[in-house]
Design a protein around this ligand. Structure first.
Ligand SMILES: CC(C)(COP(=O)(O)OP(=O)(O)OC[C@H]1O[C@@H](n2cnc3c(N)ncnc32)[C@H](O)[C@@H]1OP(=O)(O)O)[C@@H](O)C(=O)NCCC(=O)NCCS
Length: 326
């Protein structure tokens, strides 16, 4: 039985660091409020040469380098993003061009913060059905361009960045993507959403379109996020008959330290086996899980055969969990 393995990971972060202190001069907030409510101290903000597809390509390049694979060998490039600089072409097509992945087809996934986990599940399914495929899955965002910088409820939470993984097949049945448990609930869209630019067809225009920036009801999102991630992690472990104890490292979506702490408490999962970098980057949406995966990988926090648990939650709502045997 053939499996889908991760051959390399990479990440890319814009150079500019925005601290909580910097935010104090933009909106009515302070470092203590932000840190105690979210665990965030810093976030990165994209600048010239750091558009979504550019940092996505940079992360992809590093993942390819680690995998020892040339861009021409890629069959598919998938980018999870909600903040590409254009609606068409896709961010993935721009990444393909930047990398010179001339033999690949390319498309985006719009699943907000769950974009990487959804992409990973698709890569697994492609590879299992056509085992020669080599697939680059990226989560990349520049949400700094999609925030209302006058809204202190949202602008303090998000940051820019990109993370990537190259997937391929392995004949070693003891390794690879074990499975996923994915969900969406479009009925709850209003709680976390972002409009596009106003429509040029007045009949299709959204009344009082507030503009293309994130709108969120924080308290409600918090409650759903904790419960949804708890449910999908438990369902996945049951589905794959894997015990909580056998997990070497848990890499959850880095939205907020209080969401994470609540989740760990409900799961009764030990904090020391959880990878956390939210204080440095804030919530980077689709990029958060692959950036954390790459950092944990480069720090040598897991080895061949270890079981890694990933999970995410985002606008849509979308959420899910995945298991990998490294
Ligand atoms: C956003 C969040 C940190 C707000 O924390 P909270 O404890 O729920 O705070 P509330 O929204 O109830 O607001 C409490 C007060 O703080 C104020 N406040 C909001 N943002 C503030 C800020 N950045 N600085 C200072 N005060 C702020 C509010 O205006 C409110 O004041 P009021 O009582 O005078 O009206 C929290 O709800 C949260 O983490 N939600 C999940 C968000 C998330 O992770 N989204 C992405 C998921 S993928």
């Amino acid at each position: 039985m053939m499996g889908t393995v991760i051959l390399g990971t990479g990440s890319s972060l814009p150079k500019r660091i925005m601290t909580n202190k910097d935010l104090e001069v933009i909106v009515d907030t302070d470092d203590e409020w932000i840190f105690s409510r979210t665990g965030i101290r810093n976030r990165r903000i994209g600048g010239a040469g750091e558009k979504t597809h550019q940092i996505a390509a940079d992360a992809g390049r590093k993942a390819l380098e680690m995998a020892g694979i040339l861009p021409e060998e890629l069959d598919l490039v998938v980018v999870g993003t909600i903040s590409s600089h254009m609606l068409m072409p896709s961010c993935a097509c721009f990444v393909q061009k930047e990398l010179g992945a001339v033999n690949a087809f390319a498309y985006d996934i719009n699943a907000a913060c769950s974009g990487f986990i959804y992409g990973m599940d698709m890569a697994d399914k492609y590879i299992r059905s056509e085992n020669q495929k080599k697939i680059l899955v990226i989560g990349a965002e520049t949400l700094s361009g999609r925030l209302n910088w006058k809204d202190r409820n949202t602008c303090i939470l998000f940051g820019d960045g990109a993370g990537a993984a190259v997937f391929g097949h392995s004949n070693d049945s003891t390794r690879g993507v074990v499975g996923s448990n994915l969900h969406s609930d479009g009925r709850l869209w209003r709680l976390l959403h972002m409009h596009t630019a106003p429509s040029t067809n007045p009949d299709l225009e959204v009344p009082d379109n507030p503009g293309a920036h994130i709108i969120m009801e924080g308290r409600e999102v918090f409650k759903y996020a904790v419960k949804a991630m708890e449910d999908s992690v438990c369902a996945l472990l049951k589905q794959e008959n894997i015990s909580m104890d056998s997990i070497k490292l848990f890499i959850p979506h880095q939205a907020n330290i209080r969401i994470l702490k609540n989740l760990l408490e409900r799961l009764q999962f030990p904090e020391e086996k959880v990878f956390v970098n939210v204080s440095d980057y804030g919530n980077t949406s689709a990029a958060s899980v692959p950036i954390a995966l790459d950092e944990a990988n480069r720090q040598g926090l897991f080895a061949r055969g270890d079981t890694i648990l990933l999970c995410s939650f985002g606008g849509g709502f979308t959420w899910g969990a995945s298991l990998i045997k490294w």
